[in-house]
Design a protein around this ligand. Structure first.
Ligand SMILES: Cc1cc2nc3c(=O)[nH]c(=O)nc-3n(C[C@H](O)[C@H](O)[C@H](O)COP(=O)(O)OP(=O)(O)OC[C@H]3O[C@@H](n4cnc5c(N)ncnc54)[C@H](O)[C@@H]3O)c2cc1C
Ligand code: FES
Length: 285
């Protein structure tokens, strides 16, 4: 059981919890994640550890409500407990001095990239941050990312804030300007990571992505999270979640993410219809 110490709504459908988890708070490194279960009958879902507070024995998670489990989680209140909260899992990010590093966060991927950027900054890298969202109100953590970066850019698909366009367009502009870039780390929706990798491949810029396949046991035994990297099958939960983006088979990942669309839809509909705590209109806090 892990108690929710603080809850905050960052954007419509994006929530932040500070959760009491002393052992995870002491051990977790940037890039690692937890797996949680909200209720006895519930599925396990992975969420990245956005920040640790070892002294307080707490960790920060930020999640977007996309289906049944994340919506159920979002309904929990401060003081309530998450049934299972297991971690830290996955391989930590490679944190070294690379030189000029561009960190790209798309949507809730911005929360995932934050601890990685903080650690890279400590190693003395020159950081260029690019964060993007579909529209202004969905943009999260602008101030925090800005603070950790030496240069910072924002894009929105609809142009409601920052530069109109995709995060990959902002990266293209930097490359065109002749900016020296030694490494790119891109975390966000699959099409975004794919677009970034297609671009950086042309210029031979090493690019790391964090993959988000469906996970089940997160111990490397069930095989549900398998992804193809460099023609080989890897398990994102134990071999990743970060991989060389130029070697990832994004088409396969996108297809596998759609495997249970029908079941996920039914599960959400049933939850909203029958669960006493759920409301199809969502929360009004
Ligand atoms: C290592 C790892 C770390 C993650 N960290 C975070 C995080 O910090 N914050 C966060 O908001 N999410 C994160 N995710 C994604 C998160 O686990 C999923 O959004 C969640 O499992 C969806 O569960 P659900 O029951 O609410 O939705 P479901 O009903 O299972 O899915 C609803 C719809 O959401 C989409 N979806 C499902 N699974 C994923 C997925 N893995 N990634 C993207 N879209 C998905 C699909 O379109 C699906 O049809 C992470 C995933 C992985 C593998
Ligand atoms: S989730 Fe089972 S092997 Fe990765």
């Amino acid at each position: 059981m892990a108690k929710i110490l603080k809850k905050r709504i960052l954007a419509p459908s994006i929530k932040e919890f500070i959760v009491s988890a002393p052992l995870i708070a002491q051990k977790a490194l940037p890039g690692q994640f937890i797996v949680l279960r909200v209720s006895e009958e519930g599925e396990r879902i992975p969420l990245t550890i956005a920040e640790t507070f070892p002294e307080e024995g707490a960790v920060r998670i930020i999640f977007q409500e996309v289906g049944k489990t994340t919506k159920h989680l979002g309904l929990l209140k401060e003081g309530e407990e998450i049934l299972d909260f297991v971690g830290p899992l996955g391989k930590p990010s490679e944190i070294e001095f690379f030189g000029n590093v561009v960190g790209i966060g798309g949507g809730v991927g911005t929360a995932v990239i934050y601890p990685v950027l903080k650690a890279l900054k400590k190693k003395g890298n020159y950081l260029i941050g690019i964060i993007g969202a579909r529209t202004k109100e969905l943009l999260i953590m602008e101030e925090e990312i800005k603070e950790v970066c030496d240069e910072f850019y924002v894009t929105t698909d609809d142009g409601s804030y920052g530069k109109k366009g995709f995060v990959s367009d902002a990266l293209q502009d930097l490359i065109k300007e002749g900016k020296k870039i030694e490494r790119v780390i891109a975390i966000g929706p699959v099409p975004m990571m794919k677009a970034v990798c297609n671009l950086t491949k042309i210029y031979n810029i090493p690019t790391i992505v964090s993959l988000n396949p469906i996970m089940l046991d997160a111990t490397g035994m069930c095989g549900v999270c398998r992804v193809e990297v460099g023609g080989e099958t890897k398990f994102a939960c134990v071999d990743g979640p970060e991989f060389d983006g130029h070697k990832v088979n994004f088409e396969l990942l996108a297809t596998r993410l759609k495997t249970y669309l029908k079941e996920e839809k039914i599960s959400l509909e049933k939850f909203e219809k029958y669960s006493p705590m759920a409301s199809p209109r969502g929360e009004s806090e």
